[in-house]
Structures are given as structure tokens and as C-alpha cells.
Design a binder for this molecule. Structure first.
Ligand code: ADP
Ligand code: MG
Length: 693
């Protein structure tokens, strides 16, 4: 259970001063649902209000804090003109300028005859100094209300900066003293402050240098976060190992049948990966293995052979995919191979209901059904296996540690194989899969043709469409992926629908549309029409991102490519170049693109090596984005930046291992403090693996 000392940090945002239900929603979108999320919402700038000149000495364009007498209020005759408050000091005249002002309210706020302190950006207008809409106005007595150095936070539209600042200040003010979870000697060596001081300092920067990720208190906060991540992974791993595993060893008879009908020989990477898997499964402990390989590198066949190993041993296997389309495709790919081996398989997705579903569940529970393929519908409570021995999870980074634990709870000592097509950089493997062993499929995907990649400005859309028309006339099949509009599925959809209409006007009715909001059967129908060649062009939102296999497709168009991550673009490009014809990929970008953004796309033009692209992606963007964790539930770091704090990550890993080795139950005083750390960073799933104490 979450320690009581943390309760104030896990209050909902709406309980904070100034955040009513509406503003709390905006703040939640910006930072997250709890007070603690505001704590992690660190300033990105400062406004220095310490500069307090006389009026005559105030330079235009700068933020100044001025002490002035209020002489008169001048209401405008024409409401389009501003309301002015004339003030003076012994050196000159300052006018406070308000558009759309409420005069009576201002007269009360800034009464004539008083002396006030005002802060804001000033401009000279002839011989008069003007301050349009002061940031702050205070009386002489309350001048301390104006912060000398004001933190500037990343904003969202509709949420006033002042409101956000006030809410954050309230949270920071309530931050409890927490027991020290870091090693004392290590803190001393790094010269890092306590957590409490670090978080206060982070929210009260005194100068630009305090905003740097390399500032000692920022490093401390980053290390706390990384340690919580590594500790959680280490604990989950320990938990997995502690649970009794099972030795599963097939006799190879089913595998032999499949290998016989495969039209190819396994690559040496596949053979090696299988050897790793066989050794894991044969051992008494549980397998926790990550199978990493580019799109098309042949992970599916490895997964099947791993599952058959379990079936040969008289047990069951499950394969879970992140989307319905993928689950279906896996089922279709594997069905003929399983048939050759005389092994029954079934598909279970959220769409299956009623009798058919019940029938599958019954055969599963009786053990009659050896292999089940599905989506996260497999997690549902009534899905019970007779004897699940191995679970394969495809494209794991959409699921996360928590689900990994959930699926393996469906059997006794279940071996887990996770497959990912994202070529994850080493540093990220550590944060996302630190608890797993890794096998990699390194060979170029079988039968892959290089894909000609071009980057083209979007204002040449007509030209692109004309080029596509020529290709289609030659028999090409084309994917057209539509702009990803930030944070709005609705807008995504609008853009895709509009493009669909535009392309229909050009190409006629052999243009289809598929998007995430569509009902399953409709989606399937469109995908099938494209796969079977009844459609020439498939307009899609990113639903086609992973796994879809249409070898006849030879052109990939991505609109607003700059809005995608490189790894994501790499995945999209992997949809073409699968057949025997030459393929091409057109990355259409916003003509107003910055140099850096262009450089990013150029990486894609220059290489098809997924690992090179992934490393580049990590350098150019944050880790959270590379892993696509926003939708996924995997660690998205709020305080650590792996490009800046990478060195701290390996230190955190070493520390976590040492901690768990010495104090696996986190029972010592430091161990207890570390439990608080886990809850602070919401690694509850990992903390719950611990015995209470
Ligand atoms: P992944 O799941 O890694 O994206 P798949 O397993 O879907 O890749 O494999 C892509 C294609 O390559 C499939 O058509 C598969 O039959 C084929 N394939 C797999 N292994 C080999 C191999 N060793 N040699 C040739 N083709 C292979
Ligand atoms: Mg696959």
C-alpha cells in the first residue's frame, strides 16, 4: 500500500487552489492527474523581476519592476482604445495599458493616490514609458507577492500561467520530508542535496543555470527516477525467478512437420534465438526473453516453434498481439503451418462474443485447444487455460510490465517471450526491458528489397498525386498514411477523411479508408479489399503501423512525416519492399520545417538500418517518444533525460542490483525508504511484489 506520507501528493488536481473542474482537466492534460504530476512539471524558463530601475532608466523591451504613484485613470472614449492608468515617479511618467478593461474593477485594484509596485515588460512611446497588461501589481506592503524570480512552466492553451504557478506552488509547499533512499556516501560524492531540497530548488530556479539538466539538484531528481525504474524492473525479475518455473521440453515431432512445409531454411539468428528459448524453457526457472528483430526479420516463425515446443510437451501456448488486425494476421499466417503439424489454433479478440467465444473458452479450459491467439482480450478473467506453459507477447511496448505479470499469472510458471519490432537502442532496452534476457534477429529481413526513399515538401502534393497515378496505372498498390494530429484522434480522422475524398476525386472508387475508430469487421473488409487488389490506394491513420503484410504494396506515402518518430516512419516504410517489385517511400513534409527536422528525415533517406535510426531518434527526441510510451504504459521519464543522464542510468542499474542482492525484501531502513521511492514514482506493481513489512 502507498505510504501515508505520500497521500498529499496523490490528491486529485481539482483539490488544489485555483483549479476548478475545468482548469483541473487542462492541467491534467498537461501534467497528469495527481498533485505529484505537477511536482514533476518542471520550469522551462524564468522571468527575472529583480531589475527595479526608476522610470527614466527603464530600457524598453525589458521586464522591470517599478515603484510608482498612481495619478489618474483615463477611460477610453472609443472602446477599441485601451484604458490607461497614469503613474509617475520622480523621474518620469509610466502608463499602464489595458485593453478590454473593466474600469471600476481597475479603480479598486489600483486606486488613485496610492503607491504601487508593478512588474512587466515596458516599452517607450515617445517620452512616455508604457507597460501593457502588467504581469503583477502589488501594494508596497504586499510587494513580496511578486516573485523576484518567477518560474515559467510549459503551458497548455486555456490554463492561465498564474493559475498553474499557484497550483504548483501549493504542491511544492506541501512536499513532505521523506526518508533518504539514496546511499549517503554516493550523495556526498556527487554533492547532491536531499530530495526535499532538490524538488524545492527545481521549482525555484534563481538563474538560467538552474534550469540545466546538469544542475546537481536536477541530476539528483533524475537519478531518483532512474533508480525507481531500475529497482522496479529488478524486483519484477526477482519475483519472476522466485516463482517456481517449469521445465518444458518438447520432442521436436511437431516442429519437424512445420520445418518440412516451410519454404525456407531458418536464418542463423533464428536458429540461435530458438536455442536460447529452448534452453530457457527446458530450465526449471521461468523464461523472460525479449526477441528483438526488425519488421519482417521472421519473429513469427520463431514464436510458433517456441509454442510448439510447449504443445509437444503436452501443455498450451498463447500469442498476444497489440491490435486486432495483427492478431488476425498472426492467426491467418500460422493456421496453415499448424494444420500441417496437426495442431489446433483459435483466435480470441474483444470482438468475439456469445457462443463462438464460449466454445473457444471451453476447449481452452479442457486443454483440447493447444494454441490461442488474441489481443489483450486474453487478459479477461474468464479466459482460463488448462495448462499454459508459454506466453508470447508481440510488440510488447504497447503493453508494459504490469500486463506481463498478468498474463503469466494465467498459468503455472509460465515462460514469457516478448517480441518487438522496434529496434530499441541499448540504453532504452535497459529502462524498458531491464528485467529480460535478449535475443536479436540480426539478418536483413528475408526477401527484403531496398526501398527508394524521398522527402518532398507538402506544397508539391499535386505533383505527388500525379506520380502516384502513373504508378497505379502500372499496377502499383499504395499506402497513404495521414497526418498524425497531436492529441486529437478526432482531427486525425478528419484529415484522413478529407484526404480520402481528395484521392477519390483523382483515382475514383479504388481508394479505401481505414482508421482506428472503425468497427472491427469494417476494418477487416477494407484491409482485405486492399490485400486482394480490389483497392489501389489505402488511406490510413497509423493503424497500419505494425505488422500488416501485403507483399504487393510497393508505395508508401506518409503525409506530415515530420510529426512521426523516426522509428515509427521506419516501421511504416517496412510495410513496402516485401514483394519482388522495387518499392518506394515518399515522406511528405511541412514546407516550413526547421533544419533539425529536415536532418531527422534525412536520416531515413540515408539508411534502412533500424538500429542506426533508433539511436538517431533517441538523440533527437526524448526516450518516452522513441518508445511511444505515451500510449503504452511503459516508463516515460519525467525528470530524467536519457540523452543527458545516460551515465546515471547504468549507475542506477548497478545500484538496483546491489540493493536487491543485499536486501531482496527491502526490509532494512534504506529498503523501507526505497519502498517510498517506488510508490512516489508509481511503480506500485513492483512494490506489490514485496512482502509486506
Ligand atoms: P516479423 O514478425 O519479424 O515482422 P515475419 O515473421 O512476419 O516477420 O516474417 C516476414 C516474412 O519472412 C514472412 O513471410 C515469413 O514467412 C518470412 N520468413 C521468416 N523466416 C524466414 C527465413 N528464414 N527465410 C526466408 N523467409 C523467412
Ligand atoms: Mg510480425
Amino acid at each position: 500500500m502507498r505510504p501515508a506520507v505520500l497521500f498529499p501528493l496523490f490528491k486529485p488536481l481539482s483539490s488544489l487552489p485555483g483549479l476548478g473542474p475545468k482548469l483541473a482537466k487542462l492541467a491534467e492534460k498537461l501534467a497528469g492527474p495527481c498533485a505529484v504530476d505537477l511536482l514533476w512539471h518542471l520550469p522551462c524558463g524564468i522571468i527575472d523581476r529583480r531589475f527595479a530601475p526608476k522610470i527614466a532608466d527603464a530600457p524598453g523591451g525589458r521586464v522591470c519592476t517599478l515603484t510608482v504613484r498612481v495619478d489618474s485613470h483615463v477611460a477610453p472614449i472609443n472602446p477599441r482604445h485601451p484604458y490607461k492608468v497614469r503613474c509617475t515617479d520622480e523621474t518620469g511618467v509610466l502608463e499602464l495599458i489595458y485593453f478590454h478593461a473593466r474600469g471600476p474593477w481597475l479603480e479598486k485594484q489600483i486606486p488613485v493616490g496610492t503607491t504601487v509596485v508593478v512588474s512587466g515588460k515596458v516599452e517607450w512611446f515617445n517620452t512616455t514609458l508604457q507597460m501593457p497588461h502588467p504581469d503583477a501589481v502589488a501594494t508596497i506592503e504586499s510587494r513580496d507577492e511578486i516573485e523576484a524570480v518567477e518560474p515559467v512552466y510549459p503551458m497548455t492553451a486555456g490554463l492561465p500561467a498564474k493559475t498553474l504557478r499557484k497550483a504548483i506552488r501549493a504542491v511544492v509547499g506541501e512536499v513532505p520530508e521523506l526518508p533518504e533512499w539514496q546511499d549517503a556516501a554516493w550523495l556526498k560524492r556527487r554533492g547532491w542535496p536531499t530530495w526535499h531540497d532538490a524538488i524545492r530548488r527545481a521549482h525555484h530556479p534563481e538563474d538560467e543555470a538552474d534550469l540545466r539538466l546538469s544542475a546537481p539538484f536536477r541530476q539528483r531528481l533524475a537519478f531518483d527516477e532512474l533508480l525507481s525504474n531500475q529497482l522496479a524492473l529488478t524486483l519484477v525479475r526477482l519475483q519472476q525467478r522466485r516463482l517456481v518455473g517449469r521445465a518444458t521440453k518438447g520432442d521436436g515431432r511437431l516442429r519437424a512437420k512445420v520445418l518440412e512445409v516451410l519454404p525456407f531454411a531458418l536464418t542463423s539468428s533464428q536458429v540461435q534465438a530458438l536455442a536460447d528459448i529452448d534452453a530457457d524453457m527446458a530450465a526449471e526457472r521461468r523464461m523472460l526473453r525479449l526477441l528483438q528483430g526488425d519488421v519482417g526479420s521472421g519473429k513469427t516463425v520463431v514464436a510458433l516453434l517456441a509454442m510448439l515446443n510447449a504443445v509437444e510437451a503436452g501443455a498450451q501456448a498463447a500469442l498476444m498481439a497489440p491490435t486486432e488486425i495483427l492478431a488476425r494476421q498472426h492467426a491467418e499466417t500460422l493456421a496453415p503451418l499448424c494444420k500441417a503439424a496437426g495442431v489446433d489454433i483459435a483466435l480470441l479478440t474483444g470482438r468475439d462474443k456469445g457462443k463462438a467465444r464460449t466454445a473457444v473458452l471451453e476447449r481452452l479450459a479442457s486443454g483440447e485447444l493447444p494454441i490461442l491467439i488474441g489481443t489483450h482480450a486474453l487478459f479477461q478473467e474468464d479466459v482460463a487455460f488448462k495448462d499454459l506453459a508459454v506466453a508470447v507477447i508481440d510488440e510488447q511496448h504497447r503493453f508494459g510490465v504490469h500486463q506481463r505479470l498478468q498474463l503469466s499469472a494465467k498459468g503455472r510458471g509460465v515462460d514469457v517471450l516478448v517480441m518487438t519490432a522496434t529496434p530499441i537502442p541499448r540504453t532504452l532496452t535497459l529502462t524498458a526491458y531491464g528485467d529480460m534476457d535478449v535475443s536479436r534477429l540480426l539478418e536483413k529481413p528475408a526477401g527484403r528489397k531496398p526501398v527508394q526513399t524521398a522527402t518532398i515538401a507538402l506544397d508539391r502534393l499535386e505533383e505527388v498525386a500525379a506520380g502516384i497515378r502513373r504508378k497505379v496505372a502500372e499496377g502499383a498498390r499504395v499506402y497513404w498514411v495521414c497526418p498524425l494530429v497531436e492529441e486529437s484522434e478526432q482531427l486525425d480522422l478528419a484529415a484522413a477523411t478529407e484526404r480520402h475524398a481528395f484521392l477519390r476525386a483523382t483515382f475514383g472508387d479504388r481508394v479505401g479508408l481505414v482508421h482506428g475508430k472503425m468497427r472491427g469487421p469494417d476494418k477487416d473488409a477494407v484491409m482485405a479489399a486492399f490485400a486482394e487488389g480490389r483497392l489501389d490506394v489505402l488511406v490510413a491513420t497509423t493503424v497500419i503501423e505494425v505488422g500488416v503484410n501485403v507483399p504487393e504494396a510497393t508505395v508508401m506515402v506518409v503525409e506530415h512525416a515530420e510529426r512521426f518518430g523516426l522509428a515509427q516512419l521506419h516501421q511504416l516504410r517496412g510495410r513496402v519492399g516485401r514483394g519482388d517489385k522495387p518499392s518506394s517511400c515518399l515522406l511528405l513534409f511541412d514546407p516550413h520545417l526547421t533544419e533539425t527536422a529536415r536532418a531527422r528525415l534525412k536520416t531515413l533517406r540515408d539508411t534502412e538500418d533500424g538500429f542506426v535510426i533508433a539511436e538517431e531518434d533517441l538523440k533527437l527526441r526524448g526516450a518516452g517518444e522513441v518508445l511511444g510510451t505515451r500510449q503504452s504504459g511503459l516508463p516515460e521519464f519525467r525528470l530524467a533525460d536519457l540523452a543527458e543522464h545516460g551515465e546515471l542510468l547504468s549507475a542506477a542499474r548497478d545500484d538496483a542490483r546491489l540493493i536487491v542482492e543485499r536486501d531482496p525484501d527491502l526490509a532494512s531502513p534504506r529498503g523501507q525508504a526505497l519502498r517510498t521511492l517506488l510508490y512516489l514514482f508509481e511503480r506500485d506493481a513492483a512494490a506489490k511484489t514485496l512482502r509486506s513489512g
